[in-house]
Design a protein around this ligand. Sequence first.
Ligand SMILES: [Zn+2]
Length: 173
Amino acid sequence: MICYNCNTRNNAEDMVCFSCGKTLLTTPFTTNQRTWHIFNAIAPIVSLAFLYFFLQFFIGMSSRFSGDAAFGQIFNLTWIIIAIAGVMSAVSLYKNIMDLMGGVTQSHTARLMRKYRSGGGGGRRGQRRYYAEFEQIGKVTLQSTMYSQLEEGATYKVTFSPNTKRGWEFEQQ
Ligand SMILES: [Zn+2]
């Protein structure tokens, strides 16, 4: 994990930064945190599989229009969507597996620069994502209930998963 004192990347099992000697604050995952990472490693792959079969079905249904120039463009677009979704799934899988292998959360005290949310807006599935951007740590994702309690400009002891940057606890200092 990264030492946020000197920006050196240490091994997951290190207790002290080998570069600056600062103690790396780590806590073993709780069962909930572990389950969250397993779910988040698998979920994008399941979505990708559904997307793939849906598009295959759609292409099959549309094949009678295959002489159409527009069909060719839609066909290419679907593969671009699958490729992008595939890369995103692979990155998510990798980061979640790295966190599961490390098996610990990291804590660091930093100032909250800003918070924001994306997606949703009363959309069909209400898939809003909540972000908090801290000095040194960068962007972490978090639950909406925690999001509403955070104040921009305040300093927090942030407990998060080092690779996925999932924020678990925010203790105001
Ligand atoms: Zn260091």
